[in-house]
Every structure is written in C-alpha cells, then in structure tokens.
Design a protein around this ligand. Structure first.
Ligand code: NZQ
Ligand code: ZN
Length: 395
C-alpha cells in the first residue's frame, strides 16, 4: 500500500427530511446565496419550492444559475462567475446531480481566479487556488462529486471534457436525502449505478499490492450496487435501495477505495472522449466500455485480480482462474444490459468515424499510456472502441 492523506471534511447530512437544517448551514457562510440547478427536475419534484421557502424564511438573498447541462459547459460556468462577482455571492448552493454540482464547484473557484474559467480547468489537478464555499443537495446517485474535490467540465468548441480539482472545491456540507432520487428515471438510475460501479472498478484494477482494505471495501460496494440498482429500477420509491445507492455513490469516489493505490484510470479517460464528441450520458458510455476494456486487459499477468473480482463480486463458482475471469466479465456485461443500458456504441449514435481522434485525445489528455493498469496506446484504445460496435460475448 502506498502512503496517502485522507482528509475529506465534507459534513454529510444523510437521510430523510433534513432540509430544515439548511438555513443554519448556510448562515455560517453568509446571506447571499447562488442557487445552482439544472434543466428543471428540481422544480418538477418540488425540491425547488422546499429550498426557496427555507431561504426566504431565513432572509437569504438568492440569485440563480439555472439550466446547467448534463456534461456541464464552460459557458455556463462563466455565466455563474459573472453572477457571483456582480452580486458578491457568499456561498453557492448546488441542487441536482453531478453536472450541477461540478458546475458549481468550478464557478466557486473561477470567481476568485484572475484568468478565464477554461484556463482554470486546463490546470487539472495542479490547480491550487481558493474557492467560495459550496453546499450541495444531491438528487442523483452516481458521480460521488458530493463528497470529493473533483469536477468535470466540457468545452464543446474544442471537443474537450476535462477533470479539474483542488481541496478548495470540496463541498463544505452535502445533504443526501435518498427520497430526492425517487424521481430519477430508469435510464439515469442505471447509468448512475454504472458510474458508481465503474469508479470502483477503476480503483480496484491497479498495480499496487497489499491493498486488502481498499479492495474489500470496493467489492462490498460493488455487491451493493449489483443488489440495489435492480430494486430501484423496479420500485423507484424503495427507500433502502435508493439509500444504499446514494451512500455507495459517495464512498466509491471519496478516496476510500482509491487512496493508497497508484496508477491512472482506464475507462473514464476513454468515456470522456465519447462525451466530449457525442455528448452522451457518462454512465452509459462507461457501461459500454468497461467489459470490452476488461477483455482487453485480461491476460496471464492480470488474471489473478480478474478471478478475484469474479469470485468475490459475482460469486462465480468456476475455480479455474482464467475461466472464472471470463465469466466475471460476461456477468458484468449482462448485468448492465439487464439494467436496460444500451450496450453498443451505435445504439447511442456513435460509429467509427471519430475513433482516431478520440483515441488520440484519450491518450494525450491522460496518463493511460504509462500509468494505466494495462498501459494503452492509441491503437489499443481504438481496438477497445471497435469492440464496442457490436454485441459481445466473453466466454
Ligand atoms: O438537469 P436536470 O433537470 O436536473 O435533470 C437531470 C439530467 O437531465 C436529471 N436528474 C437529476 N436528478 C434528478 C433528475 N431527474 C429526475 N429526478 C431527479 N432527482 O438527470 C440527468 C443527468 O444529470 P447529471 O447531473 O448530468 O448526471 P450525473 O450525476 O450522472 O452527472 C454526470 C456528470 O458528472 C461527471 C460526468 O462526466 C458528467 O459530466 N462526473 C463527475 C465526477 C466527479 N465530479 O467526481 C466523476 C464522474 O466520473 C463523472 O465524470
Ligand atoms: Zn464516473
């Protein structure tokens, strides 16, 4: 296990009906609030009114940044920065899914940054500047952004979708009420679950040895997703299923399963190119890529980890490691498919036309050529993308 620092100071307010705590939470940061939200789901579900009633009663001055897109755009970040500066905002309140929260994180930092918001994003993980305080109310279990310091912003004019992050962007307080995810439709529920699963996979398949704690936590969280996503799909208002998915979302990407291990992720860098060029749903792109990447990465050298994954996550009974590994990959593929996720790229409107440029950028924008579990060059990424053109079988 490598050395690491684990300092995740987000104050989590998990559970039913805790919004009455919101005024007191905001009070510690100031009166002038920028409410950030997406395309209107929070209005349909009544959460907007609930939040506004409490802010009004607390005499907060509320300004709004609405219409944050799935795969949030840098233009929207710039719009938010302008409001924060013009209106002297004290605190941001992001109410929504990962896109809304990510947008708010970068608005919070870019407001205090001298250059343009996109220059800030281009600093990626080296950005060290301050940010305005951020409080979140999560409405979709997926990204883990509610309890981490990262954000992903898209620039469609340059076909770039890039992650940025600094400790200053970590939410100060996050409200996690599973009831706020009852209205998430089946497609987004499945995509969100695939995203959680993928974060666990990305951290699980690393070369660092001796990480029993991280691996056991990952396996438990993967089993949690496997069990609860189908329940949430069948019964959208099943509190326990939604609660388990929500907490799994936060724990999968707050450092618990990734700290102490080194190496770059493998599927996210490729998915971010799919989203950058085709604006697809992040979790769906990951579900399509993951089994094909697994198939690519499986070899005599990596078989032990894949077999461990098959035995401990999927309860595969086959004892021959290579056969077990293949069954584990097949089960992963079948699971996503059974959750209703389209499992080929053509089904989400993607053909081979841009494979060259996407593969090139995936390698350029990230360290997958040197630091991935199995290093990938442009041709390797293309091979994985090509395998996503048709249905697959792994056993
Ligand atoms: O925009 P609204 O109207 O709110 O609708 C959203 C959106 O259409 C809807 N939705 C959210 N909560 C809902 C709801 N609909 C009904 N009821 C609710 N309670 O769902 C749609 C998708 O929302 P979005 O926020 O885009 O989804 P998600 O949470 O999956 O976030 C995806 C973004 O996060 C990035 C992704 O790349 C993508 O840009 N990621 C962020 C990470 C991070 N910051 O740590 C890590 C991830 O790996 C990921 O890259
Ligand atoms: Zn993700």
């Amino acid at each position: 296990m490598e050395n690491f620092t684990f300092h995740v100071s987000t104050d989590i307010r998990f559970g039913k009906d805790r919004l009455d705590e919101l005024p007191e939470v905001l009070e510690s940061f100031g009166k002038r609030v920028l409410l950030v939200y997406g395309g209107g789901s929070i209005k349909k579900m009544g959460l907007y009114d609930q939040v506004m009633a409490r802010l009004k009663a607390n005499n907060n001055q509320v300004f709004e940044l609405s219409g944050v897109e799935p795969n949030p755009r840098v233009e929207t970040v710039r719009r938010g920065v302008e409001i924060c500066r013009d209106e002297n905002i004290d605190v941001l309140l992001a109410v929504g899914g990962g896109s809304t929260i990510d947008c708010a994180k970068v608005v919070a930092a870019a407001t205090l940054y001298e250059g343009d918001a996109w220059d800030l994003v281009l600093q990626r993980r080296t950005f060290k500047g301050p940010a305005l305080p951020l409080v979140t109310i999560l409405t979709l279990a997926a990204t883990g952004t509610e309890m981490n310091s990262g954000a992903v912003i898209s620039n469609l004019s340059t076909n770039q979708k890039l992650g940025v992050g600094s400790p200053s962007m970590l939410p100060k307080v996050s409200f996690l009420d599973p009831q706020n995810t009852y209205s998430v439709n089946a497609y987004q529920t499945a995509a969100g679950s695939a995203d959680i699963f993928s974060h666990l996979i990305e951290n699980y398949f690393k070369r660092t040895e001796g990480t029993d704690v991280q691996d056991a936590v990952s396996e438990g969280l993967m089993r949690t997703v496997i069990k609860n996503c189908p329940i949430a799909l069948k019964e959208p208002q099943n509190y326990e299923a939604r609660a388990n998915l929500m907490w799994a979302s936060s724990l999968a990407l707050n450092g618990l399963t990734g700290n102490g291990k080194t190496g770059s992720w493998s599927c996210h860098p490729i998915e971010h190119e799919l989203s950058a060029f085709y604006d697809i749903t992040h979790g769906v792109g990951l579900a399509i890529l993951t089994p094909r990447w697994m198939d690519y990465a499986l070899s005599d050298e990596t078989v032990d980890t894949f077999a461990q994954f098959a035995w401990n996550v999927w309860n595969v009974e086959e004892r021959v490691p290579m056969l077990a590994a293949r069954i584990g990959i097949q089960k992963t593929y079948d699971y996503f498919k059974d959750c209703g996720i389209p499992m080929t790229l053509p089904e989400v409107g993607i053909n081979e036309e841009k494979f060259d440029i996407m593969a090139k950028q995936a390698v350029e924008h990230n360290k997958i050529k040197t630091m991935a579990y199995v290093p990938m060059d442009v041709e390797d990424v293309k091979e994985i993308l090509e395998a996503c053109l048709t249905e697959s079988s792994f056993v």
